[in-house]
Write a protein that binds this ligand. Structure first.
Ligand SMILES: [Zn+2]
Ligand SMILES: [Zn+2]
Length: 185
């Protein structure tokens, strides 16, 4: 019984929906990556798009293939992610590797990761995917140095998230995701 759309909306619910719609419109207007995700920005070279993620080419490529995998949801940066976001990160990696294969690049010779604040150009979570990793130029090698103070590879980031498991179990977030929801269905 997941579908509750048949329920008549109260004025409060209608107001809430309008408020959310306005907030969303404002984000699309002000955030470069939300704009690419939700509008047809002709300047963006979009390689892949589904209901959750968008992949497009970085405007300043550090190797032959350099993409950004962006969540359609406006998440500010990786500091906002926790243990229960692991499946999302894994999905982003799958999307990244599939896009590399589609563009005839080797996913095993790629650098995939995130910039750490404050070295983040746009405040919207984006995964860098760069290949071939052994042909990244001098400046790129610095900008995307694995596990430096400013760049985290996905492998290290996933390890960090997994380490948060104990914080997650029993937390309010976990309760709302795993415990309350079944009873709402
Ligand atoms: Zn955004
Ligand atoms: Zn970046």
């Amino acid at each position: 019984m997941g579908d509750t759309s048949w329920i008549v909306k109260t004025p409060e619910q209608i107001e809430e929906r309008e408020r959310k719609q306005k907030a969303h419109d404002k984000l699309v207007e002000s955030c470069v990556f939300c704009n690419i995700a939700f509008r047809n920005d002709l300047r963006a070279d979009i390689l892949y798009k589904d209901s959750k993620y968008v992949v497009f080419r970085d405007i300043r490529p550090s190797a032959k293939e350099h993409y950004l995998v962006v969540t359609k949801k406006h998440i500010k940066n990786l500091k906002q992610l926790s243990y229960d976001d692991i499946p999302m990160i894994e999905n982003m990696i799958d999307v990244a590797k599939a896009t590399l294969v589609k563009n005839e690049a080797d996913p095993d010779n790629a650098r995939i990761g995130f910039h750490l604040p404050p070295l983040v150009s746009v405040d919207h979570l984006h995964m860098h995917v760069i290949a071939p990793a052994d042909k990244i130029g001098f400046f790129g090698r610095l900008m995307f140095r694995p596990d430096s103070y400013w760049f985290l590879t996905v492998e290290t980031f996933l390890e960090q998230l997994r380490a948060k498991e104990s914080e997650f179990w029993g937390s309010e977030k976990m309760m709302s995701n795993w415990y309350v929801e079944p009873y709402m269905r």
